[in-house]
Structure formats: structure tokens, C-alpha cells
Design a binder for this molecule. Structure first.
Ligand SMILES: [Zn+2]
Length: 417
């Protein structure tokens, strides 16, 4: 039997290989993969007359978006960690199913799930693979490895010292982890210190060594400057957060660390919307634009904007070290009030630190695909790749808000929105 062929066309397309817009393109898809991309006229001559053609009109087609940092099992509704972790595992699986749908309909076709309790992350992946639930292609870390009492210790993968860490990596790989996540500093979990490292270089290196042995990549949660240095020295593949946070709670950019990061070639996921209450900023700015804002809300907006500016300032200084093409956007959805469905917020913040909207798109597609080890399969619209496509309204090369106006989503050639 021949595979079903479909053609998707529209007036504009960004293939993600370059940042430029091409007009009147058509994509030929067979068995979920892209077989040809070309001008509509040329392609219409090549295909049989009964081929199904999906015409997306004047929408712009872009590659499916990738979110490098999510927590599927958490609701992102403003609850704190204690409240969120009082849910049962069963409830967390249901929350995960809800979150997967929210992300998929926002054009996010691939994610990394950065650590859930017990087997919740693995169950969600299994549910997706069986087709019981819909959602982005999900790479799971299972449970994050953390020290005794460390950030996310509630997930139940505590390990201290190189031997326990090696054992944790082996256990997670055995259970089905696609990559290894390790907490290299404290975080929002009560009793931890975000500005302090939580593992030695030796311990982090044990995780990297063991993970690479099983062909698994590593990602390390690093809010503290001290942990950033150790992650680079240990050979971690991807650094999460990279806030340059000091034990006193201040952000202090350190050029020596940025230099180390640039030289090492480490990937960096800055999770910009997670630093402050960015969804609140978006809400308040909307109110301000509609002239429907109270004086208290104006004060709140100014405060929130000052807070995020501290973070963006550090990010801008880091980018001076030629790190633009190492940046992997990540939402950190699930924690605090970061609801799923908003990678667009991170793209907006990347534009605020100096990316063009099209460069932000490349970060969330081609560069992210490479960083998570899927560069051969996804991230661009070109023959051989999986047909993950998103259609947005407007011109994403000139206006970053186009990424908030997703109108159609294709996952492996199948229209899911
Ligand atoms: Zn996180």
C-alpha cells in the first residue's frame, strides 16, 4: 500500500534553516515526514491531481516549536510547591494530560519534561505513545537527581556522592529516561538556597559520565553562579536558568563565567519568564493599553518590570559573549503561576534582550532541536524531517506577537489544531 501524501501550502514560510521568509511555498508530506518543499507552481505540476491539499491562505508556516523546560505534573496556577506536591500521583498525571494539550494547541510540538514525582513523567510519556492522550512529543527525565533535602527532593530521586549519583542515573535510564536532569543548586523548594551550589564538580561529573555512557544528554538546574562554574567544569550539556545568582540573593554578572560558558560550548536555557511574574506583567500591560488599569496596578506593573529588568540585564551581558546561538528557550511551565501554552512569552523576552523575532524562532526550533539531540529529526522544514508545522497569523520576522496567534498545528503531518 502506498503512503498517503498530503500537501500543505500558504503564502509565506520560514523553514528555520535561515531566518528569511519565502513566499508561496508548498510542503509535500508522506507518512508523517517532509519529502519536498518548493514553490507551489512547481509542486502542483508534480503531484497527482487527487492529492489532498491543505491551503493555509495567508498564514505563515514555521517549524513546530520546542519547549526545553516544562514540569507537566504541576498546575501553574499560583500554588506553592507544598500545595502542588500534596496532589496524588494520579492527580498529577491528569494535570499533565491537561498541560500537554495546552502546549500542543499553542504550537509546541516537542518538549522536555524536566522532572516529576515517582513515575508520573514516565506514565505521561507512555500515555502519549499509546495515543491515549494528545500532546507534544515528550522527552522525559523521569525524576530530577537532587541532594538530600535539595530542590525537588519531593520527586524522590535523592542522591549524595558519586556512587549514589551513578546509581540514580542507571536507575532512571533503566526506567526509560531520555535524558538526565540534575539539580546543581538550590531553587524554589523550601529549605534550599538558590544562590548556593548543591553538588561538587566531582558529583556532577559522575552524572555526566554515567549519562553519556548510556548515550543520554544531561541538563543541570543552575541558579547560583557557583553552580554554573561547576556545571561547565563537569561537562554538563545544558545549563538551566544561568541566573548568576549569589548567596545574598543578588544577580551579579561575572564575565569570567560567561567566557567559560562560551568556550565550553554548553547550551543555555535561560527560562526568562520564570524569573518574575511575567504572566502578570502581560496581563497588566494589556490593561494599561486598554486604559483599564488602577493606580495600584500601575505600581505593581512598575515593580514587576523593575524585577524582570534585573534578570534581562544579566542576560544581555551574557549574550555579549557570542552565546546567542547556544540559547534554548524554556518556559518552566507548571511552577508558580506559569501556565502551559506560553512559549510565546519567552520569545517576547528574547526580543527584549536583543534577538530579532526570527532569531528567537530559530532558538525555539533548529537550535533547540540540536540541543536536545533531535537535530536530525525536527527543528526545520526540510526533506527528511518529521512534519511538525505551525501556522501563525502575521509576519513573525517583524512582529514577535505573531507567535501568540497560532492558527494551525501539524504534528508528524497530522493536523491537530
Ligand atoms: Zn524547572
Amino acid at each position: 500500500m502506498q503512503n498517503k501524501v498530503i500537501v500543505v501550502k500558504s503564502s509565506s514560510l520560514i523553514d528555520g534553516i535561515t531566518t528569511s521568509i519565502q513566499s508561496n511555498q508548498a510542503i509535500v508530506i508522506s507518512d508523517g515526514r517532509i519529502v519536498r518543499v518548493g514553490h507551489q507552481e512547481a509542486i502542483s505540476k508534480e503531484i497527482p491531481s487527487n492529492t489532498e491539499i491543505i491551503d493555509l491562505g495567508d498564514l505563515c508556516i514555521i517549524p513546530g516549536l520546542i519547549d526545553g523546560h516544562t514540569h507537566l505534573s504541576l498546575s501553574g496556577n499560583g500554588s506553592n510547591y507544598v500545595e502542588m506536591f500534596s496532589d496524588s500521583d494520579e492527580m498529577m498525571v491528569l494535570i499533565g494530560a491537561m498541560n500537554l494539550e495546552l502546549h500542543l494547541s499553542a504550537g509546541i510540538t516537542t518538549i522536555r519534561e524536566h522532572g516529576a514525582r515517582n513515575k508520573v513523567g514516565f506514565y505521561l510519556k507512555e500515555g502519549l505513545e499509546h495515543g491515549y492522550i494528545a500532546g507534544p512529543r515528550t522527552l522525559v527525565s523521569g525524576r530530577p537527581i537532587t541532594c538530600t533535602g535539595g530542590h525537588f527532593h519531593m520527586c524522590n530521586e535523592t542522591a549524595d556522592g558519586v556512587d549514589e549519583i551513578r546509581k540514580s542515573v542507571r536507575r532512571l535510564v533503566h526506567e526509560g529516561a531520555d535524558y538526565i536532569k540534575i539539580m546543581a543548586s538550590g531553587g524554589g523548594t523550601e529549605g534550599t538556597i538558590p544562590g548556593r551550589a548543591s553538588y561538587s564538580v566531582e558529583e556532577l561529573h559522575a552524572a555526566v559520565h554515567e549519562a553519556h555512557h548510556f548515550h543520554r544528554l544531561t541538563a543541570a538546574h543552575c541558579r547560583a553562579s557557583e553552580s554554573m562554574v561547576r556545571a561547565v567544569e563537569a561537562g554538563i550539556d545544558l545549563m538551566e536558568h544561568a541566573e548568576f545568582l549569589e548567596p545574598d540573593g543578588e544577580l551579579r554578572f561575572d564575565p569570567k563565567i560567561a567566557e567559560m560558558m562560551a568556550e565550553s560550548g554548553i547550551w543555555i536555557s535561560p527560562t526568562l519568564q520564570a524569573w518574575t511574574d511575567y504572566p502578570r506583567i502581560v496581563e497588566l500591560r494589556k490593561k494599561r493599553d486598554n486604559d483599564d488599569i488602577s493606580s495600584e496596578e500601575i505600581k505593581d506593573l512598575e515593580y514587576q518590570e523593575q524585577q524582570i529588568e534585573r534578570r534581562l540585564d544579566v542576560m544581555r551581558r551574557m549574550l555579549d559573549y557570542c552565546l546567542k546561538d547556544r540559547i534554548v528557550p524554556g518556559t518552566d511551565s507548571g511552577v508558580n503561576n506559569l501556565a502551559f501554552g506560553h512559549l510565546d512569552y519567552d520569545l517576547q523576552l528574547l526580543v527584549e534582550v536583543g534577538f530579532t523575532p526570527a532569531e528567537a524562532l530559530i532558538s525555539a526550533t533548529r537550535i533547540s532541536a540540536e540541543a536536545i539531540g533531535m537535530g536530525d529529526e525536527i527543528g526545520t522544514i526540510e526533506p527528511g524531517k518529521i512534519a511538525d508545522l505551525v501556522a501563525v497569523e502575521g509576519d513573525p520576522t517583524s512582529n514577535v506577537n505573531a507567535f501568540s496567534r497560532v492558527q494551525a498545528v501539524f504534528q508528524a503531518g497530522k493536523r491537530v489544531r
